[in-house]
Design a protein around this ligand. Structure first.
Ligand code: TGC
Ligand code: FAD
Length: 390
């Protein structure tokens, strides 16, 4: 197939297995065929393209590393990363949908759920028949989720859930939501809430200038009766949702490389064709500086992600290592998007090219899953032992 140009300045392909390359080519081919041609239109009209859900399932984007017995793709962590990279080459919003489904909905059900919960939910989530969302953030508790006020009471034969979550990806169309709430003792637990439960609503958040092709909304619980069998029993406390975030943040570290590659590739091609002052703008030193720094930063980010993937495969990656990669790679991508946008001059602000969309998307990516500053403080805490959050 006619694939995207994929910068690989350090022959990193040599470090990938044949399976990694097969997974990558399938994802890349699908993004080029089914996502890139339509995504600008959906971003412009601020709508998630639901017709791509089947394709996402087919390339293994829903639960790449979830075992095949539960409908997952049974792949390793590097394959998971590569799939996120290829999807985000198309659009960060589409990658968000896959990240949430895999790392924030399937992962907690797989890791913290009962066998019955795994059997009931995972195959349907893997096939895309059901879509999930993840409710941690609240209107008054974003970076500090430990302060959450959403809560549930034990009513004997069921739980009664009250509260509200804000900024929830996939919420407007999710069939199930993994929701984090405090019990009467103030301990955080995960609950699976299903659409249709009385008192549960999911209003959409409009007027976003970022991640427009991803649906974002609220999760509102007004005396929702949640069956007792919907509680995730095998882990509680803030560490439970943070464990899910570790997996999603790892995927984002790879995903951001995809957005950066697309911006770099677009700027490189454009600059070789665009003639000003009698020569291609790629021939001017100032433009070469931009391109040379872009490929340098992409290469460093690729190596960081790949090494982190190896550590993840060996179950040795620490949360602080994941924070470093998420922070570095998203920052790398947003800077490349801004520089690449300038290289296209006026054309760079139009939807004829993907760069401005990536740039705006990355404003969400640098904020969600722990902001740029929060991840810096995680590194700071890790290396000094001193907590600067509070
Ligand atoms: P702290 O006292 O540090 O920790 C509480 C407990 O959690 C444990 N822990 C972790 N466990 C697993 N993975 C991690 N990354 C962990 N970090 C900490 C910790 O050991 C402790 O366990 P225990 O057993 O002692 O209780 O907690 P803190 O309240 O001081 O907060 C730390 C901080 C600020 C780093 C944390 O709250 C944080 O990461 N805040 C950022 C919030 C965030 O990232 N929200 C993301 C919401 S989801 C989202 O954005 C989805 S976007 C998806 C998309 O569309 O792609
Ligand atoms: P705040 O926490 O209010 O932070 C505001 C500013 O203060 C930031 O710059 C932050 O870095 C800084 N700050 C905060 N605390 C400190 C400190 N201790 N020291 C120094 N600076 C600090 N959440 C979910 O649960 N599920 C989802 O699916 C989801 N999807 C999202 C999709 C989109 C498009 C967006 C934009 C967000 C999404 N989020 C989701 C929420 C996201 O995780 C939060 O926006 C993020 O964690 C930051 O929280 P906040 O917006 O409340 O900002």
């Amino acid at each position: 197939p006619d694939l995207f140009e994929a910068p690989d300045y350090y022959n990193i392909d040599d470090l990938l297995s044949d399976e990694h390359k097969l997974v990558r080519d399938a994802a890349r081919d699908w993004v080029k065929r089914d996502v890139s041609p339509i995504i600008e239109e959906y971003a412009q009209k601020a709508e998630f393209p639901k017709q791509i859900i089947n394709g996402l399932a087919e390339i293994g984007a829903f639960g790449p590393y979830i075992p095949e017995e539960y409908g997952g793709a049974g792949l390793d962590q590097i394959s998971y990363g590569i799939i996120m990279q290829e999807i985000e080459r198309g659009d960060s919003g589409v990658r968000s949908t896959a990240s949430v489904q895999s790392s924030l909905v399937m992962y907690p059900i797989w890791k913290y759920g009962t066998e019955e919960q795994r059997q009931k939910y995972l195959p349907k989530l893997a096939s895309g028949e059901w879509m999930g969302s993840f409710g941690l953030t609240e209107p008054d508790h974003g970076s500090n989720p430990a302060g959450m006020t959403t809560n549930f009471k034990d009513m004997g034969d069921h739980y009664l859930l009250n509260g509200a979550k804000l900024w929830i990806s996939n919420s407007p169309f999710c069939n199930v939501a993994v929701v984090w709430a405090k019990n009467e003792e103030g301990r955080i637990h995960g609950l699976i809430v299903e659409r249709g439960m009385e008192g549960f609503s999911t209003p959409e958040t409009h007027n976003k200038w970022s991640l427009r092709a991803s649906a974002t909304g609220e999760l509102i619980f007004q005396d929702v009766k949640v069956p007792k069998e919907n509680l995730l029993p095998n882990k509680s406390g803030l560490g439970a949702p943070l464990g899910c975030l570790d997996s999603a943040r790892y995927g984002i570290a790879w995903g951001a490389i995809g957005a950066a590659m697309d911006c770099y590739d677009t700027a490189l091609r454009y600059s070789k064709e665009r003639i000003q002052f009698g020569k291609p703008i790629a021939g001017f030193q100032l433009q070469q500086k931009k391109l040379a720094e872009m490929i340098t930063e992409i290469t460093k980010a690729q190596l960081l992600a790949l090494r982190l993937g190896q550590l993840k495969n060996e179950d040795r990656a620490t949360s602080a290592q994941i924070s470093m990669a998420k922070r570095n790679n998203v920052d790398m991508a947003i800077k490349i998007a801004r520089e690449a946008r300038q290289m296209l001059g006026g054309m760079g602000i139009t939807g004829e090219y993907s760069i401005m969309r990536h740039m705006m998307n990355l404003e969400s990516v640098i904020t969600y899953e722990g902001t740029h500053d929060i991840h810096l403080l995680i590194t700071g805490l890790d290396i000094t032992g001193i907590n600067a959050f509070k």
